[in-house]
Structures are given as structure tokens and as C-alpha cells.
Write a new protein. Structure first.
Length: 355
């Protein structure tokens, strides 16, 4: 079939015009997203945010484990010490690397003998502010949590508390450091004090972000697009689970309120969550809500590391928890807000980590 030359000419003129119109539309959308919010809307959004969230404190204190310089220094030494694993192949930092926002960015972490754990290793940053530790909440605080992976046969593989205490007692530096950190204890080098020292160190690993500055009154700390993302976050109802100082991690909720989570995550195993600990049918598929602090840096996501990107995780949460199919712009706005939660360790902590 022959095509008339006039048709070619018209088409060649229309295509650039269509592209210009399309690109022009995108530019207009981008410009609108960067346009400041209406002052009244801006004020109401900030007021709502200060009710729903809390700024990061300077320290995650604990009445039963006062944070002292000696404890923190000892806890830091223990955190990086591979002698806390049976064969010396891993340390706490192996799965919770402070160089990569307290995670190893793997779906499952290899233990001392190379065997993989059964759940994704959550970040250690800001964990001292969580309502409980582990995905199923089986430890009440970071002090209790610290001692559990050490004795786990898949993780660090130490056969008993006595084994580790005996091993560390043969190290002169540890004998003196424990005595300095726990001067009132008759036996300073004990298994419980190992957990208390690690917990004290972890209580310093807090990461304030631009969002904290915003909550403290610096309205321009967030961009207009990030504020629109915050607005969407609140209006969708994400704050029913993700609230408080850690934007989450303050409660336990079922993963899959509106749809079976595994049908959207592609999980290889259907994990029953907290039910495995409590045997209470009400706890099936219930997990501790994840903190969204530093979430852009802690992929892969969910308890099994089944989702690799933040935008996909956002869409899955909207479907499974809220029954919502998000428009692309809503996802973009939400992820912009979530990136404002990326913080930094305090300068004094960073300095102490330099070897």
C-alpha cells in the first residue's frame, strides 16, 4: 500500500507536537509538586504531624540500664568482636552493619556456620526505641535481644552462656573493661552484663533526620513534594500503624488485613509471625510494625526480605493493609516523604566507629 507524502508530512508535524504536549504536561506536574502548599493547609499538616509523630530524642534511656561512657565503649567493642560467635566468623555488625544503616541488605543473613536465618535482619539503628525486639516481639528490649542471637545455633552458635563468659574472661582487656563498666557488681563479667553493655551501645545509635527538624518547627526542612507525601501518608491512614517517634515499631499488627500478604510479596514461605511464639490464633500473621526510619536504605523489605524496592513495598502495603491501588504520583509522593526519614548517626558516634 502506498502512503501519500502529505500524510507523512502531517504525521511528522504532529509527533513533535504530541511530544511537546506530553513533556509540557510532565513539566507542569513537576512544577505543581514543587509549589508551596496553601498556608492554611501547611499549618494544619504540621499540626497533625506533631500530634501523630515525635522528634527523635537525644538518647534512648533505660532506668534498668543507665547509659555510661564505660558501658558504651565496652558495648562497641563487643559489637564488632567475632569472638561472640562459636567459630569467630561473624559479629553483631555482620548482620547489622553500621556502615549500611544497621542492616546487611540481604533477604536472610548467614550465621557463623554459613546457614541462613529464617527472617530478615532488621536495622539496629533506633531499635532501642521499639516497643519490643525481633519481628515477633519475643525480646522486651535491646538488652534482652542482644543475648539471643549469640546463643542461637543458626546465628552466632555459642553453646552456652558459661562458654562465652569463660572465653571472654581469658582476655585481660575484657576483665578490666567489665570491671570499669559495672563497678558495683561482684562478678562484672557476666552474661547479663554482656547484654547490658551491648544494649547501652545500641541506645546511642539514633539517627535524627530532616523530618525531626520539621517536627521541631523548621517548616522548610521538607520540600513541597515531601510535604505532599506526608499529607498522603496521613490521609490514606498509614499512621494507624506507622506513628510515634520511629514512624512505626510501636505496636503489633496483622500483615494482610485486606489481602493475603504472600500473594503480593511472592514470599516463598508463609510465615505465621507472632503466632509461632504465642500459639494464640489472634496472632496469626501478626508482626511488630516496622520502623520507617532510614527505610530507603534498608532494603529488601518485610520480614522475609521478599521485596527489593521501596516503591513496590509502598504499593504492596497499600493493597494488603488499606485495600488501595495507588496512582503512580501518590507512590512518588509517598516515597519522597519516606526518604526524608533518612538520618545520620551523631558525629560523636561516627567518630567512635572509626578504626
Amino acid at each position: 500500500m502506498r502512503i501519500r507524502s502529505s500524510t507523512i508530512i502531517v504525521t511528522s508535524l504532529l509527533v513533535p507536537l504530541a511530544l511537546v504536549a506530553c513533556l509540557g504536561g510532565r513539566d507542569e506536574t513537576a512544577a505543581a509538586l514543587q509549589t508551596p502548599l496553601d498556608p492554611q493547609v501547611e499549618q494544619e499538616l504540621w499540626a497533625d504531624a506533631t500530634v501523630l509523630f515525635e522528634p527523635m530524642p537525644e538518647m534512648a534511656s533505660a532506668p534498668n540500664n543507665p547509659v555510661t561512657a564505660a558501658k558504651v565503649a565496652l558495648g562497641k567493642e563487643l559489637y564488632f568482636d567475632t569472638r561472640l560467635s562459636r567459630e569467630g566468623n561473624v559479629s553483631c555488625n555482620s548482620c547489622h552493619s553500621l556502615a549500611t544503616f544497621g542492616v546487611d541488605n540481604l533477604p536472610f543473613s548467614p550465621g557463623d556456620a554459613g546457614e541462613l536465618g529464617g527472617r530478615n535482619s532488621p536495622t539496629v539503628l533506633n531499635a532501642a526505641l521499639h516497643v519490643a525486639q525481633f519481628w515477633d516481639g519475643r525480646a522486651r528490649d535491646v538488652e534482652e535481644q542482644a543475648g539471643m542471637p549469640i546463643l542461637n545455633p543458626v546465628e552466632m552458635g555459642i553453646p552456652s552462656e558459661e562458654f562465652l563468659v569463660d572465653r571472654l574472661s581469658k582476655v585481660e582487656e575484657y576483665r578490666s573493661r567489665f570491671a570499669e563498666a559495672f563497678p558495683e557488681d561482684e562478678q562484672p563479667l557476666s552474661y547479663s552484663n554482656i547484654g547490658r553493655a551491648l544494649g547501652a551501645f545500641e541506645r546511642t545509635l539514633l539517627t535524627p533526620s530532616r523530618f525531626d527538624a520539621y517536627l521541631n518547627g523548621e517548616r522548610e526542612a521538607l520540600s513541597p513534594m515531601e510535604k505532599r507525601g506526608l499529607q498522603t501518608f496521613i490521609e490514606l491512614g498509614c499512621t494507624s500503624c506507622h506513628n510515634g517517634v520511629n514512624v512505626g515499631a510501636a505496636s503489633f499488627r496483622k500483615f494482610g488485613l485486606m489481602a493475603n500478604y504472600w500473594e503480593h510479596t511472592g514470599s516463598n514461605k508463609i510465615d505465621q509471625g507472632r503466632f509461632e511464639q504465642t500459639q494464640d490464633s489472634e496472632d496469626k500473621y501478626v508482626f511488630r510494625v516496622a520502623s520507617l526510619r532510614n527505610v530507603e536504605k534498608t532494603a529488601p523489605y518485610f520480614h522475609d526480605g521478599s521485596v527489593g524496592t521501596l516503591d513496590e513495598a509502598v504499593k504492596i502495603m497499600a493493597r494488603t493493609q488499606l485495600g488501595e491501588e495507588l496512582e503512580p504520583q501518590a507512590v512518588e509522593n509517598l516515597t519522597a516523604f519516606l526518604r526524608s526519614l533518612t538520618g545520620e548517626l551523631p558525629p560523636e558516634v561516627i567518630a567512635s566507629l572509626e578504626h
